[in-house]
Write a protein that binds this ligand. Sequence first.
Ligand code: NAD
Ligand code: DAU
Length: 355
Amino acid sequence: MNFERKLLVTGGAGFIGSHVLRLMVKKYPETLFVNLDKLTYAGNLDNLKDLADSNNYAFVRGDIVDEKAVGDLFLKYQFDGVIHLAAESHVDRSIEDPMAFIKTNILGTMNLLNAARDAWKDGFDGKLFYHVSTDEVYGTLGETGLFTEETSYDPRSPYSASKASSDHLVRAYMHTYGMPVVISNCSNNYGSHQFPEKLIPLFIDNIVNNKPLPVYGDGKYTRDWLWVHDHALAIDLIFHKGTTGETYNIGGFNEWKNIDLINELCSIMDKKLDREAGTSAALITYVKDRAGHDRRYAIDADKINKELGWMPTVKFEQGLEKTVDWYLDNSDWLDRIRSGEYKSVYEKQYGKMGA
Ligand code: NAD
Ligand code: DAU
């Protein structure tokens, strides 16, 4: 089959990547989407079940740190663009094992940039390298203020330092080699298919199983939460309509102190599980704080709103309830993660090759 365009999406088996693919594969039937994913603990082919029969979608298991594999893939497919989401993404893991973050987030991004530069050496016309990044590169805020695209970088965890580093490399390839790039920095996403190590799915799972809810420090840390599908819509918009060379901040205009969010979640869970009010909140347990815990993140998403007309579409209270419903209706998704069975999808679908 001949395609008008071929795009490489990295990390498509993860939380946000799977939402991006579900949106774009259906929306652009003339574009081939190749999903390159290593299938780390966070990569889950269950997330992409509904794309299995799509003609314009291909899955390749591979590591972005593997320079040759990345180069070969560019030779094989002659990509017109890249949407780069693959990363080690959990702050707590970056505190335990920083090197994994340096390898994937920095070296992996370098390999992709080099492969794109090689593949596009005859000209950058019609090409685009889109790097998906995070608001954590800006560091931490006090009680007031917002991160804008002009805020200086001040990363404070190995995760955010590795993402900041990758952002700098992407910009360096634009300034030095003229590569067409675009970057977005987004706030905390929530929704279906998020690995249950992150706050919301972890706490939903713990409440179902009557396990303690470990609140770090005083619980007054603040995050700006965005419905993951709204992030996917923003990525689609930026990729197709954004100005090359620009950075776009994406956020939910939706700040919550952790403890307030957790109480809201507990009250939704009590209702959904038909438990007496206060049952879930009784599981709240204050624990030792995360090392270097950033106090507050909040995004000024004015630029993407004014330039591209993007706005979040889902109100947080509704999105949180829909999220709870999804995890309760898809308890098999969580069970397959807990048992490790989700790892066998690759072998079943593709055999042992490339594992
Ligand atoms: P995730 O951890 O759910 O998924 C990451 C995916 O990348 C997985 O499928 C994993 O298998 C794959 N991967 C990891 N290392 C790889 C490697 N070496 N080679 C190939 N694939 C590899 O992450 P997520 O939450 O979906 O985040 C996606 C991107 O968005 C990341 O770049 C992250 O920094 C960024 N981001 C996330 C959030 C958020 O709230 N989750 C917010 C802003 C930005
Ligand atoms: O801001 C964007 C970032 O959001 C992304 O770049 C990251 O990939 C993503 O993981 C997320 O980072 P956070 O560290 O903000 O997310 P997490 O869900 O780990 O934690 C949210 C808040 O809840 C944070 O203040 C830490 C706190 N927390 C988290 C966990 C897992 C707890 O109090 N207890 C917990 O058990």
